[in-house]
Design a protein around this ligand. Structure first.
Ligand SMILES: *Cc1c(COP(=O)(O)O)cnc(C)c1O
Length: 389
C-alpha cells in the first residue's frame, strides 16, 4: 500500500502531469516516441537514459494505470496487458517451462481452464485441479515438478473460498509461485499480496473499469516476479491499448466507493433471496449462513458483488426468473454498474457434460447475479416478479 489510504491512492497515484499541468491524467495515443538526437535515441534504447520507445513496451498512460493498480494491490510493480486472459498467459509463459506442473483450483474461469487444458498441455505443462476449500488436498497433490498454485477466490458461480493464508504457507514450504486471480474481489475487497500471494492477476475488464467499456488485464507483485512477465509482453506483444488503460485508470478512481455499494446491494439481495419460499439455497460469502463466512470476513472486506442462488423447480423456474427481469441484463459479464443475470448450466458451463456440471455443483436451478448499483428497491422488484410467479 502506498502512503495514503486506498481511496486516496485510487484517485491520486500514478498521476504525473506533463508540461501543460493537466489536472486529469492525459491520454497518450501514440505508437512511438521521438528523440532530440541520435545519441539520445541510443541512450534510451540501451536503457542508459529514461524514456519511452514504443507503445508495445511502454506508454505514459499505461504506466499511470500500472502505478495506480500497484498502489491499490500494495505491489512493488505491475504490468498491464490486453485482457485478463493475456495477463494469465503472460504469467505462465514468463514463469513456467515444459515439464512443469500447475496446481489449480477446480473452480476457475472457463477460458483459464481451456488455456491450461488445451494449450499449455501441448507445450508440456500439466495441470491438476483441487476443490477450493480442500486445504489437505492441495498439499497431497504437490509433485516434485509442481511450480505454481493458481486460484480464484471466491469461485464462480458458487462463491467457494480458498484460504489464502494457508495456501501461501504451503507455497512457501514447497517453493511454489502462488498466483491469485483477484478479479471477483478487486483490491478494494481483498489484497492477496498482503496475505502472502506472489502475484495477483486481474481482468481489468470487470470491476477495475467497472462500467463494461473496455478489455484489459494486469499482473502485480514484486519487481523480480514482474520483470519476466514484462519481458514476455515486450517480445510477444499482448499489450494494452493506451485508450483502454486510460478508461481503466479513470474507472479505478471510484473503485472503493463502487465496491462498497456493490456489496451493500448484494448483501440485501442475498438476504431477500434466502428468505424467499421459491429459493432452495443462496451462495454469498457475506451471509452468516455461508459455510466459509468466517474465512470471508478474515480475508475480504465484505462479501463482494456476486450472488448465486438455486430456485426450486430447476431450469424451468430459473429461466422464468431470468425472463421476467425487465431491468436486469441477461448476460454472462460481471463487475459492471449494471446488474447482470445468467443461468450458468446453459451458458457459462454449457460446454461441459451434465455429469461434470453435477459434480461441480452447477445445478439446473442455479442463477448467478452480478449485483450492480441500481436502486436496491428496483432490483428486488425485478427479481421478485419471476420468483413470486
Ligand atoms: C473475465 C475473467 C477473466 C478473463 O478476463 P478477460 O479480460 O475477459 O480476458 C479471468 N478471470 C476471471 C475470474 C474473470 O472473471
Amino acid at each position: 500500500m502506498g502512503k495514503y489510504s486506498l481511496q486516496t491512492e485510487a484517485i491520486r497515484s500514478g498521476s504525473h502531469p506533463s508540461q501543460f499541468h493537466e489536472h486529469s491524467e492525459a491520454l497518450y495515443l501514440t505508437s512511438s516516441f521521438t528523440y532530440d538526437s541520435a545519441a539520445q535515441a541510443a541512450a534510451v534504447f540501451v536503457g542508459e537514459q529514461e524514456g519511452y520507445i514504443y507503445s508495445r513496451f511502454s506508454n505514459p498512460t499505461v504506466t499511470a494505470m500500472q502505478e495506480r493498480l500497484a498502489a491499490l494491490e500494495g505491489a512493488e510493480a505491475c504490468v498491464a496487458t490486453a485482457s485478463g486472459m493475456s495477463a494469465i498467459l503472460a504469467t505462465v509463459m514468463a514463469h513456467l517451462s515444459a515439464g512443469d506442473h500447475i496446481l489449480a483450483s477446480a473452480s476457475l474461469f472457463g477460458s483459464t481452464i481451456s488455456l491450461f487444458n488445451n494449450i499449455l498441455k501441448r507445450f508440456g505443462i500439466r495441470t491438476d485441479y483441487i476443490a477450493p476449500a480442500n486445504t489437505c488436498g492441495w498439499e497431497q497433490s504437490v509433485r516434485p515438478e509442481t511450480k505454481m498454485i493458481f486460484v480464484e477466490t471466491p469461485s464462480n458461480p458458487l462463491t467457494e473460498l480458498v484460504d489464502l493464508g494457508a495456501l501461501s504457507s504451503l507455497s512457501r514450504k514447497h517453493h511454489l509461485l502462488f498466483v491469485v486471480d483477484n478479479c471477483f474481489c478487486s483490491p478494494a475487497v481483498q489484497r492477496p499480496l498482503e496475505m502472502g500471494a506472489d502475484l495477483v492477476i486481474h481482468s481489468a475488464t470487470k470491476y477495475l473499469d467497472g462500467q463494461g467499456r473496455v478489455l484489459g488485464g494486469a499482473v502485480a507483485g514484486a519487481k523480480a516476479m514482474i520483470d519476466p512477465v514484462y519481458g514476455f509482453l515486450r517480445t510477444a506483444g499482448p499489450s494494452i491499448s493506451p485508450f483502454n488503460a486510460w478508461v481503466i485508470l479513470k474507472g479505478m478512481e471510484t473503485l472503493q466507493i463502487r465496491m462498497d455499494a456493490h456489496a451493500d446491494n448484494a448483501l440485501e439481495l442475498a438476504q431477500m433471496l434466502s428468505e424467499h419460499p421459491s429459493v432452495e439455497r443462496v451462495y454469498y460469502p457475506g451471509l452468516t449462513s455461508h459455510p466459509q463466512h468466517a474465512l470471508a470476513m478474515k480475508q475480504q472486506k465484505n462479501g463482494g458483488g456476486i450472488v448465486a442462488f438455486e430456485v426450486k423447480g430447476g431450469r424451468k423456474k430459473a429461466w422464468q426468473v431470468i425472463d421476467a427481469c425487465e431491468l436486469i441484463s441477461i448476460t454472462g459479464n460481471l463487475g459492471d454498474v449494471k446488474t447482470t443475470i445468467t443461468h450458468p448450466a446453459s451458458t457459462t458451463h454449457a460446454r461441459i457434460s451434465a455429469e461434470e456440471r453435477e459434480a461441480a455443483g452447477i445445478k439446473e436451478g442455479l442463477v448467478r447475479i452480478s449485483v450492480g448499483l441500481e436502486s436496491i428497491v428496483d432490483l428486488k422488484t425485478d427479481l421478485l416478479r419471476g420468483l413470486n410467479d
